[in-house]
Design a protein around this ligand. Sequence first.
Ligand SMILES: [Zn+2]
Length: 391
Amino acid sequence: MSVDAVSFLKQVLKIRSINPPGNELPVARRLKDLLDEHGLENTLIEFDENRANLVAWLRGESIDPNRRVLALSGHMDVVPPGQVEWNYPPFDAVEQDGKIYGRGSSDMKGGLVGLVFAMIALKKSGVRLRGDVKLLASAGEEMGAVGAKLLAETGHMDDVDALIIAEPSNDNVVIAHKGALWVEITCYGQTAHGSTPKLGINAIEHMNRVITAILNDFHMEYSPDDLLGEPTCNIAVIEGGVKTNVVPDKCRVELDIRTVPSQKHEDVLRSLEKLIEGVKADCPELKAELRVFNDLPPIATAADHPFVRTVQDSTAQVYSQAKPIKGMSGYTDGAVLAPVERGVPAVIIGGGRIELAHQPNEYIDTDKFLQAIDLYKTIIVNYLGTETQES
Ligand SMILES: [Zn+2]
């Protein structure tokens, strides 16, 4: 007897695919078993230790080489549960008052399981689709989208005509998200005994100058974006010094810069380098190094793209009124699967609650989770068309 969607989601929520380090392989295996059970073609792609991507197909009837391929994307990793104590244990998948609690319920095992059950439902219904559906279940989205990168690099997006990403969007039709440029700046000084600071070079004091310059004078150039607003820069981490009586010879910060489509990351980096050059002009002893450790572009699909209209019309069918078009600040696997230059339209849509992503007591509303399955089925049928439909 086949498992229902809610029970299956709970099983998947109980698997601790916490990133870092990931450990997505058991999630991929569980999905694979379910797909096998329903006769859906799939390939498990293992990499590193205990990690895997999973690619699966629901093939259409057409043998036309130009038939459409709709890709469905979801990630299998989750962020750690955090320091705050949860009302329900984060990996117990407790269902209470119409909500399923658990790390990853909204972001985004709920969305991923929804995609899989939409494929299974269509397979069971015997509907004759004109094109193919391709599931891209990825590892490592929460740390630089490493699994999606692997999928894109090995050609898994080459045959794709449009992409649905089931990240939480509160059912909204999200057609753009910001890019992420994560930069580490390290200041190097010279150590000395804390009682004789003049004999050393204090790396923290130098970093103080760098941070002050960032706060006062780091202005990114961009054109305003209707959906995404303005770029941001957050000083996220600072680390330096070893002991009270030692002059620190190293201090590092991590910046989280979020960009909009009118910016180029290389230009942002150049202006940051220039800023630091300016600080050096006032303080010749200052030594600072920049290192980029995450570089994901923003994505944007035109609001009047036919695929966006298909998705929005599908929301009108399922939710009785069309859901609005929005942008979001956080990045998704879409940054590597559908960068603007690839020209593949991408829409992020899911029943998860975006405001609960990475939060304690994350949950998904059971009815939203189930409705999203209907939505994904509707999008697939509307976009690919069926053999009985007039073209
Ligand atoms: Zn996510």
